[in-house]
Design a protein around this ligand. Structure first.
Ligand SMILES: [Zn+2]
Length: 362
């Protein structure tokens, strides 16, 4: 039986920050309240810190975890363009079991870091999805698998079979697909209650009509989108995953202060596992620092919501972003000063500061 731990300090969730305590046992929230009012009469281990829901990684390509070397200094297109960019040659040359092992290692790393789910774009059709599902077997972390049908024009039988295994489709970008292909895929996703997602305005600005019609459930990047474009996206209530470290590697930066000001529904992702470790903690810190560096500071509260609150709305489980005893939330806690908790979580949290539950001594 794992022992209980009481974390006293700040609680930070979809409702914002408040002083208080949380009693946690093995990733479950047993009670919360005002400091000093807990029911344990001092018999339980106590830690000073901050309690939050588990974060979600809003965009990964875990298949890329097969890459073990410094990525080439080349334009993004040459590296990741299907079907023969560096990335796709690497995927092609690597065996299925080796890909599965690399993805499982990345998923386990994220789980160890407290992440509850990742939204992954999986290339290589149905076979690629099957490897991802095997890689994620028996983990607590949920993999939202967005696959990519291979045949063009779209083959309805392939698409149907793919949507049996996938949570949806994640396309490379609108410019690489005909509008007919996107319409067919979006309609099939809608009919089956699956997600339809694509990359947009990453290297060059694309007009919003080109990626908002057919309407996606998720866009990735918008690093080159203008404020007017972002206003359109906000108005259409389409969610966007941003990946600041991946963009920075190619000299780009999503203007998150403008995302915040315009009310764009934003998630935070770590993107290609060949460029970066899939650490949401590093991504949060970089997103914050990059805003300060560019003299376009972004609020820590906005970044907090992008990793801990908005994903659960997108996943249609919004209660998981509320620290409620007995609820859907999976709380995690950090040994961090309880002042300015959103800033602490965004700029200073790492998995090494997570409060781990110990086995009980009895
Ligand atoms: Zn991507």
């Amino acid at each position: 039986m794992p022992e209980d731990v009481i974390v006293e300090g700040s609680l930070l969730d979809a409702d914002g920050a408040r002083r208080g305590y949380a009693r946690i046992r093995a990733g479950r929230l047993l009670e919360t309240g005002q400091i000093g009012a807990d029911s344990t009469r001092g018999r339980v281990r106590r830690v000073r810190g901050i309690v939050v829901p588990s974060p979600v990684n809003g965009h990964t390509h875990l298949g890329d975890a097969v890459a073990t070397r410094e990525p080439p200094h080349a334009p993004l297109d040459e590296i990741v363009r299907p079907p023969d960019g560096y990335k796709f040659r690497l995927l092609h040359e690597t065996s299925g079991p080796a890909k599965r092992r690399a993805m499982r290692a990345a998923l386990r790393q994220m789980q160890r870091q407290g992440v509850s789910a990742t939204i992954d774009f999986r290339e290589e059709g149905i076979e690629g999805l099957r490897l991802l599902r095997e890689a994620g077997r028996a983990l607590r972390l949920r993999t939202v698998a967005l696959g990519r049908p291979l045949k063009r024009p779209v083959d309805r039988a392939e698409l149907r079979a793919l949507l049996e295994v996938a949570d949806g489709v994640g396309l490379s970008s609108q410019s690489e697909e005909s509008v007919e292909a996107r319409r067919t895929i979006a309609r099939a996703c809608r009919d089956r209650g699956r997600y339809f997602a694509l990359h947009a305005s990453e290297s060059v600005r694309e007009p919003p009509d080109s990626y908002l019609e057919p309407r996606p459930d998720l866009l990735v990047h918008l690093a080159k989108a203008s404020p007017d474009d972002l206003a359109r996206v906000a108005e259409e209530k389409v969610t966007v995953s941003v990946c600041p470290r991946s963009n920075a590697l190619f000299g780009r930066r999503p203007d998150l202060a403008t995302f915040d000001r315009l009310g764009v529904r934003t998630l935070l992702g770590t993107d290609n596992a060949m460029f970066h470790s899939p650490s949401i903690w590093r991504e949060l810190e970089f997103a914050y620092v990059a805003g300060r560096l560019a003299r376009r500071p972004v609020r820590a509260e906005f970044l907090f919501r992008a990793a801990f609150v908005e994903p659960y709305r997108w996943l249609r489980t919004p209660r998981a972003a509320h620290l409620e005893a007995g609820g859907a939330v999976r709380p995690i806690a950090f040994r961090l000063p309880p002042d300015d908790p959103a800033y602490q979580i965004v700029a200073r949290a790492t998995e090494h500061l997570m409060v781990r539950s110990r086995p009980s001594r009895t």
